[in-house]
Design a protein around this ligand. Structure first.
Ligand code: GAP
Length: 503
């Protein structure tokens, strides 16, 4: 399946089946904001639960935290976000469209003094800009370019590096662009009745700083010793200039972050540990294809405070992009908070009698990006036999059972002969133990299976004529399509054993 096709089909399925909706759609939506429907919220919750179980509950060295979204603005001075969390942008003086200055290129093609093409193009790098300019040109220009062949001289100028206004024009209307200006991506608000600079506050752009601000509280109220971590899941807000690629770059999103505090001389070893452990976490939950990869940053790419960073990336249909970053943040954050707050952030090692500021290893992932990657990986089209044994095309979401929104659906084969009563009994016993389940008695059973396949439900239990004689039911596996007969009494245990401990 072509990758652009996959994205279109996935977006359509997510809307049709209630995974993801555009925010405030009835009013025309709002760019960069998304809502999760009944199936989507379960999938997202299961991803967060799996993370919390694996990094907090199953470990002795990590505790959780839930900080407020709005914090004292000094936090963002200390973290460097007020000064440095900026993007350069340019505006079109004509149509008022706004672009990231490092994502707009002026592309020109000349043959001698003759200008064959001069356009503004949005692209992530210069090579992509030339290709986009060529493919977007009209047929007359394309013919002229082809005719000129090797004689064409191409030039590409990025908007923030231009020497004259004519070098780069608006990609939307061809109008003149303003000079690049820096733009802080933090959303601002006011706390209390006054709306002036003294009451200005920010919606947090990352959950990490709440952890650093509480590092001493956690240390003083627990018996943790280095190495130890503090984990948090929560909303973050960034006024992205160009929200795009569905939920991938949103303005409101959720992060799941660990700040893992270590002795400076052990930082390298813990960095490698988390880099590998976090990669494996995605593999274990189903990102098994070669679309998942781990990429180390080279020296020029590192943030000023980081001594090593690796990105866990996924090849989405729109390109390879970051799911999670793992960084050695050194003692930068705690040192800055010590300086700005005046509070002592040192750790006292009672064995070595040393006092020092710990280093921090930070695995920082996005819940929405993980959700999108699991959805992309799960989408599959194959064939399954209908109730007459005839092969029919089906769309199936092969989600890991631990993440699937609904674990099991229960059907009576027909709506008579006591089958609905038996099926409802099984459904009630699943609900009683908290298994996410669904009851359906409407329409042909083949159609009911296909609805569950689209929702990613790993198991379907059907009560049929034989159930009434020997109290067995069929249990159908979504992926292999195998149908086993098991005792009706064994359904709850069977499902619990196969869904990996998360309801
Ligand atoms: N505390 C470090 C930090 O926030 P980041 O790379 O800016 O680092 C971490 O963000 C993760 O948050 C990213 O890997 C991504 O999964 C998610 N994320 C960042 N910006 C996002 C956006 N605009 N929309 C959705 N997820 C985003």
């Amino acid at each position: 399946m072509a990758e652009s096709n996959l994205m279109d089909k996935l977006v359509a399925l997510c809307k049709r089946r209630g995974f993801i909706f555009q925010s405030s759609e009835i009013y025309g939506g709002i760019g960069g904001f998304w809502d999760y429907g009944p199936l989507g919220v379960e999938l997202k919750r299961n991803i967060k639960d799996a993370w919390w179980q694996d990094v907090v509950r199953k470990r002795d060295d990590i505790v959780g935290l839930d900080c407020s979204i709005i914090m004292n603005p000094r936090v963002w001075e200390a973290s460097g976000h007020i000064e440095g969390f900026t993007d350069p942008l340019v505006d079109c003086k004509n149509c008022k469209a706004r672009f990231k200055a490092d994502g707009v290129f002026g592309v020109a093609a000349r043959q001698g003094d003759d200008v064959l093409l001069a356009v503004g193009i949005e692209a992530s790098e210069a090579e992509g800009a030339i290709a986009a300019a060529q493919s977007g040109a009209n047929s007359k220009t394309r013919r002229r370019l082809e005719k000129a062949g090797d004689k064409v001289a191409w030039s590409v100028v990025r908007a923030d590096k231009r020497s004259s206004a004519n070098d780069v024009v608006c990609p939307a209307c061809g109008g003149e662009l303003t000079d690049a200006r820096t733009f802080n991506m933090m959303f601002k608000t006011y706390v209390g009745a006054m709306e002036d600079s003294s009451s200005m506050a920010y919606l947090r752009p990352e959950t990490a700083q709440g952890i650093f601000a509480n590092y001493k509280n956690v240390l003083d109220t627990s018996r943790l010793k280095l190495p130890f971590g503090i984990a948090q899941i929560g909303k973050a807000f960034r006024n992205e200039i160009n929200p795009r690629n569905y939920t991938f770059r949103s303005r409101e999103f959720e992060q799941m972050e660990i700040e893992y505090f270590v002795r400076p001389d052990e930082a390298d070893q813990w960095y490698k540990y988390w880099r590998d452990a976090r990669f494996q976490w995605y593999v274990n939950l189903g990102l098994r294809s070669d679309k998942l990869r781990l990429r180390d940053h080279d020296a020029e790419e590192l943030c000023h405070y980081s001594s090593a960073t690796a990105d866990i990336e996924y090849a989405f249909p729109f390109g390879i992009a970051e799911l999670e970053g793992v960084a050695n943040r050194t003692d930068y954050d705690l040192s800055r908070h010590q300086e700005y707050s005046g509070r002592d952030m040192k750790y006292y090692d009672d064995e070595t009698k040393e006092r020092f500021i710990p280093y921090v290893i930070e695995p920082s992932g996005g819940v929405d990006r993980a959700t999108l990657a699991f959805l992309c990986e799960a989408y599959c089209e194959d064939e399954a036999p209908d109730e007459h044994g005839k092969p029919q095309k089906r769309t199936v979401m092969k989600l890991n059972p631990r993440l699937a929104p609904v674990k099991v659906a229960v059907f009576p084969l027909v709506k008579k002969e006591g089958m609905p009563e038996v099926a409802s009994g099984i459904y009630e016993s699943l609900k009683a133990v908290g298994v996410a389940c669904f009851y359906d008695e409407k329409g042909a059973v083949g159609r009911r299976y296909r609805r569950q396949d689209e929702a990613g439900t790993p198991f379907c239990v059907t009560v049929d004529g034989q159930t009434l004689q020997d109290q067995t039911v069929t249990i159908r596996d979504r992926d292999s399509l195998a149908q086993d007969r098991i005792s009706a009494d064994a359904v709850v245990e069977y499902v619990r054993a196969h869904v990996g401990g998360v309801n």
